[in-house]
Design a protein around this ligand. Structure first.
Ligand code: GLN
Length: 367
């Protein structure tokens, strides 16, 4: 683990790097290179391929030994996943793929699936349907909060990225049968990922046996008129979508499809209309990391989404989609290594969409 601290020496602030498991000299060199990329990104230039690779390699080396957090265990199958799995992938809108670490292990997508089912419903039912039936406001509560459902019962002021809103979103997906709804959801995930995905059956089974709380949430959303019919079916399909298996590269491709205006950078397939991408990203920015979404946005400015399987995706619109897989989670339910790695990489590459940039506007363009 590496920690950085400031120490006052001879009246000057100097940055001291304390490397616990890495050679001090190597870390100092890394920090220099990272700073160079950051300088270049601030200057408005596009980082070179070597600079992008260096940024992700450095984050990987820096956080590989960070052993904070622990696997989710309320879904028994998740507790059994190797906590050392750590993979990073970044994909640009022109289809360049940068990776480091474990790209082979598939984890369950979990709550990250909520983004893509939301995209499906926005595409088919429109942005107003989600706004009016669910809402797009942060709850400030745990992702599986029942208190949030109670407070919301006569309003539409939760969002599709917490369980109550997500199960409702799944209930809004088109299809005449459970199978048709499921195929629609899986196909949407495939379109974003650019390959055929499949369900990790052991994870599905494990969660289906232990998801009584989500069944209760589904029943309440039905009682309050948000789910129109068959809440048990909505919960079951939601549980299945959460068990879709993905690796870091799949997730980065899905994020890059959003960064690229809804068009998969490799297959060229339009997974969602460009005009709807801002609405999806807005919900991610508001509620993507549960009740730590504010802290995350403050740190990175990036719309993002986490899952209890250990994945996080983040989108820098027009620049890149990035994903990290690493199962140990913090108290809020977000992967510890993933948050740190994505924040470092994005900050090194100038990914924050709120960072001011000089605009080359001719006088005549200003109204
Ligand atoms: N399937 C999980 C659940 O419903 C998803 C939660 C998550 O990733 N935050 O509890």
């Amino acid at each position: 683990m590496t920690t950085a601290g400031k120490r006052r020496v001879n009246g000057r602030i100097v940055l001291t790097l304390v490397a616990l498991s890495l050679a001090t000299a190597g870390v100092a060199a890394d920090a220099g290179a990272q700073a160079a990329v950051a300088r270049q990104a601030r200057a408005g230039g596009t980082p070179t391929a070597a600079e992008v690779q260096r940024a992700i390699d450095q984050a990987y080396a820096k956080y590989k030994g960070l052993n904070e957090g622990k696997n989710a265990d309320y879904i028994p199958a998740l507790a059994k996943v190797d906590p050392n799995v750590f993979g990073i992938a970044l994909v640009t809108p022109d289809g360049k793929v940068y990776t480091v670490g474990d790209l082979n292990t598939q984890v369950s997508i979990q709550s990250i699936s909520k983004v893509f089912t939301l995209a499906r419903v926005i595409q088919d039912e429109g942005e107003a349907a989600v706004l009016n039936n669910i809402g797009v406001d942060a709850t400030g509560m745990k992702f599986n909060s029942i208190v949030a459902v109670e407070l919301d019962r006569n309003k539409a002021e939760i969002n599709p990225l917490v369980n109550a809103g997500a199960i409702t979103t799944t209930s809004m997906v088109k299809g005449g049968s459970a199978e048709a709804v499921w195929n629609n959801i899986l196909q949407t995930h495939n379109d974003f990922a650019g390959r055929q995905l499949s369900v990790l059956e052991d994870v599905y089974k494990s969660e289906a046996e232990t998801n009584q709380r989500n069944q209760a949430i589904g029943a309440l959303m039905f009682a309050y008129g948000k789910i129109k019919a068959n809440p048990a079916q909505a919960v079951d399909i939601y549980t299945r979508q959460c068990a879709i298996g993905v690796n870091a590269k799949d997730l980065a491709m899905m994020a890059a499809t959003l960064a690229n205006g809804g068009k998969n950078p490799i297959t060229g397939k339009q997974a969602i209309d460009q005009k709807h991408v801002p609405a999806v990203l807005a919900v991610m920015a508001t509620a993507g990391l549960y009740d730590d979404s504010g802290k995350w946005l403050y740190r990175t400015g990036l719309p993002a989404k986490s899952g209890v399987g250990g994945g996080i995706i983040a989108v820098s619109p027009g620049k890149f989609g990035i994903a990290v897989v690493s199962p140990p989670l913090d108290e809020a339910g977000n992967s510890v290594r993933a948050q740190n790695a994505i924040a470092d990489i994005s900050n090194a590459l100038g990914g924050n969409p709120y960072a001011p940039r000089a605009m080359n506007m001719a006088a005549g363009d200003v109204r």
